[in-house]
Design a protein around this ligand. Structure first.
Ligand code: AMP
Length: 303
């Protein structure tokens, strides 16, 4: 079933205790689309880049079944650029630079063939762009929105408008606290449900992810890994795996979402093993199934 992906397609500069990757491919939409491409072959990408973005990368995604009709290429523009440096513990990072470049005046007009998309993954991006995309959809089945503190700091009012229109919000624990003004994640979730979403996914980095509705909670741990080289894109990869699994099953019940959270977590566990998309481009169905089984083993017990 059709999956619309929206977000940045970017160049990143990443420093972690494992090394320094300069001008590598990144962006929320890139990670989302790569992860989702292992589950569904009807993905419709919506983003913007400059002429400096490599054609090969576009072709590779196309080869994965991702439609590029919605990728705007600005001939005299520069691609979005983000630079970040991780602390020794890899859980925290500092943003060193964010150059919006072509994103500054992106007005996403969906191709007519995208407007009937059923599953919508609004990756981290300006809230105004996320709203503009939602306004053009004819009959979406499930809208999921991801965001980050950057947009809370500079566009909180518009972000709240965007959040009011979605079914599922995915954010990390610190962002849930910032958005709600509550330290307890249970109280934060209660407040966020009054803002519109019916489901909330709180990402807790190496401590896993929590799926919440008004009356149910599901927790999926992260897989303990011997080596984490680069956590960049883990959240987006989680979102891509989550939404890819839902687009494949068509199951938007709480039980269906629980399974999708495990698939998302499995995909994110691959993402962090290499810099940029290094690992994400090499996976097979067997790799993914074996990894999902590790999550099952990790949490199963009998009484
Ligand atoms: P994550 O590690 O899941 O937060 O995602 C990191 C990716 O998001 C990087 O590849 C960046 O290019 C992209 N990114 C960083 N800052 C922003 C921002 N303010 N808006 C949209 N995308 C961003």
């Amino acid at each position: 079933m059709s999956l619309l992906t929206v977000g940045t397609v970017a160049f990143d500069d990443i420093q972690t205790p494992y090394g320094h990757a300069e001008k590598v491919i990144g962006g929320a939409c890139t990670y989302i689309s790569w992860a989702a491409s292992y589950f569904t072959k009807d993905i419709r990408l919506t983003s913007i880049v400059g002429a400096d973005f490599p054609q090969d990368e576009i072709k590779e995604l196309e080869g994965r079944g991702v439609s590029m009709e919605g990728l705007k290429i600005v001939q005299d523009g520069k691609t979005f650029f983000w630079a970040g440096k991780y602390h020794e513990n890899m859980n925290q990072r500092d943003t060193l630079q964010t150059d919006l470049n072509v994103l500054d005046d992106f007005d996403p007009e969906l191709p007519e063939s995208y407007t009937d998309s059923q599953y919508i993954m609004l990756g981290n991006l300006t809230p105004d762009i996320q709203i503009r995309v939602m306004e053009q959809l004819k009959n979406p089945k499930l809208i999921v929105l991801d965001t980050m503190n950057f947009w809370m700091d500079i566009a909180m009012d518009r972000l709240k408008v965007a959040i009011s229109k979605v079914d599922v919000l995915t954010i990390n624990d610190e962002e849930a606290r910032q958005l709600s003004g509550e330290y307890s994640l249970v109280k934060a979730a209660e407040k966020i449900f009054t803002m519109g979403p019916k489901y909330l996914i709180i990402k807790k980095g190496e401590h896993g992810a929590m799926l919440m509705s008004k009356d149910k909670t599901f927790y999926c741990p992260a897989l303990p890994l011997a080596e984490v080289k680069d956590p960049t894109g883990a959240g987006d990869t989680f979102a891509g795996g989550f939404m890819g699994a839902i687009a494949k099953s068509g199951d938007t019940s709480f039980e269906g979402m629980k399974k999708a959270v495990v698939y998302g977590s499995a995909m994110a566990s691959f993402c962090v093993e290499e810099f940029s998309l290094g690992k994400m481009k090499t996976l097979t169905e067997q790799d993914i199934n074996a990894r999902v089984q590790k999550f099952v083993d990790l949490t199963s017990f009998s009484l």
